[in-house]
Design a protein. Structure first.
Length: 395
């Protein structure tokens, strides 16, 4: 007998990030009953600044779904990127090389906020502060959840469960041993990710390859910019006080030739770089979407974009499954994996071009390859066009 606090719905969604919330909105538009749970409060989720580069296909997808109103009015198109080395710099108009497709720049937390508003204003149900602890059954999924404030436990019972709870979430961890396998690679350095209360130093992204390491600049809003700095594997944020951050950025990114617009640092965090793909992305009627199923280095800005595409495939297949097509969910993994591996391949290639593999015996060789790739991008239109389509994503 269900306890009075138990929740029953067609589709249970664990995680109110981009994957979970896009699933929720698309299901709502199709009249399919769903409930979202997230372990954090809405304010905590909104405070998490991460991605900012939305691929063209996802900009169109959000527009078509009627979820892009604020994104279109407050975000901006981005079509060029710059590469800097000690020898010089060049700007690539990648949109013109990719058939006019470009990026849309809009902070992830604002998109998450828009998706939350739209789902709630359509009568949607999001339980903030409710953490999934475990999934007790995957055939007729039952997620065991706990209220972060009261400690009260609730069971979320559903026909299909979406594990959209990020890389460290509880849903994938609940799969039995051997149900899925992870193909993983760790990279031998970290990135210091920085958010500065400073207007962008340029109207485009800048990627810099310096003998001391990689550095990058990205716009987020007219008053906030993101920077990245390659750091040692054992570095901690405390090793990087603001004055050291700006000094290193001036050296590695500005090359003392291009001034940076500096400002107070809003956020500094150390990011270890890991690439993982779990396969299959499903166990019985529980499916994984977004970072819960795969993580990718931020190089190339693919993680959130993959999460949004997972959501689209999930919704199409769940609609068929609830309509009686018993085998529909089995199409999920084969449908998504080629796109996920294409993005992993691009991100891995890009990471190797931009970062200095200092600790490796082969570092000199790798740097030679990276320099050759950069020269190809600058001087060979076919190489530049290949980069452009990988960077901006498929149609
Ligand atoms: C610094 C940085 C920059 C990035 N830049 C880009 C970029 O430019 N472009 C891009 O495409 N990607 C980028 N990414 C990647 C992108 O942010 C992620 O891929 C994206 O957030 C994945 O979305 P998601 O919905 O799968 O997971 P998340 O956004 O991680 O959401 C998961 C949600 O699940 C909740 N949750 C976790 N555990 C539980 C639980 N047990 N119970 C209930 N809820 C739970 C969490 O609170 C969270 O709200 C970047 C990442 C970082 C760190």
């Amino acid at each position: 007998v269900a306890a009075s606090s138990d929740i029953r719905t067609n589709v249970g969604i664990v995680g109110a990030g981009p994957a979970g919330l896009l699933i929720a909105n698309l299901l709502q538009q199709r009249g399919i009953d769903c409930i979202v749970v997230d372990k954090f409060t809405r304010e905590q989720i909104h405070a998490r600044a991460r991605a900012g580069f939305i691929e063209w296909r996802n900009k169109l997808l959000l527009e078509r779904a009627g979820l892009a109103e604020r994104m279109l009015s407050e975000g901006s198109a981005h079509r060029r990127c710059e590469f800097r080395t000690v020898e010089g710099s060049f700007v690539l108009d990648y949109a013109s090389l990719a058939g006019g497709r470009m990026h849309w720049v809009y902070p992830q937390q604002e998109l998450v906020s828009d998706l939350t508003d739209s789902f709630l204003s359509g009568g949607g149900d999001i339980r903030f502060g409710l953490a999934c602890l475990d999934v007790l059954d995957h055939a007729a999924p039952v997620a065991l959840c706990e209220d972060a404030t009261t400690g009260e436990q609730q069971r979320l019972e559903c026909d299909v469960l979406a594990g959209c709870d990020g890389f460290h979430g509880a849903v994938r961890a609940s799969f039995p041993d051997g149900a899925l396998a992870g193909a993983a690679m760790d990279h031998p350095f970290q990135w210091l990710t920085i958010l500065a209360a400073a207007p962008p130093s340029s109207e485009h992204v800048i990627y810099a390859v310096h003998p001391r390491g990689y550095a990058a600049h990205m716009m987020r809003t007219p008053t906030v910019s993101r920077y990245y700095l390659q750091c040692g594997f054992d570095d901690s944020v405390d090793d990087w006080p603001p004055e050291r951050v700006w000094s290193e950025l001036r050296t590695c990114l500005a090359f003392d030739r291009h001034p940076l617009v500096e400002g107070p640092l809003l956020e500094r965090s150390m990011l270890s770089l890991r690439s993982v793909v779990f396969e299959p992305m499903q166990y019985r009627n529980t499916l994984l979407a977004g970072d819960a199923a795969h993580i990718i280095t931020p190089c190339g800005g693919k993680g959130m974009n993959l999460a949004l595409q997972d959501a689209v495939a999930f919704v199409e297949l769940v609609e068929r499954r609830l309509g009686g097509d018993e085998a529909a969910l089995d199409e999920y993994t084969p449908r998504r994996l080629p796109d996920i591996w294409r993005a992993q391949e691009f991100s891995h290639w890009f990471l190797h071009m931009l970062n200095i593999y200092e600790s490796s015996d082969e570092s000199g060789f790798l740097q030679g390859l990276a320099a050759a790739r950069l020269r190809s991008l600058e001087h060979h239109p076919e190489a530049a066009a290949h980069f452009a389509t990988g960077y901006v994503g498929p149609e």
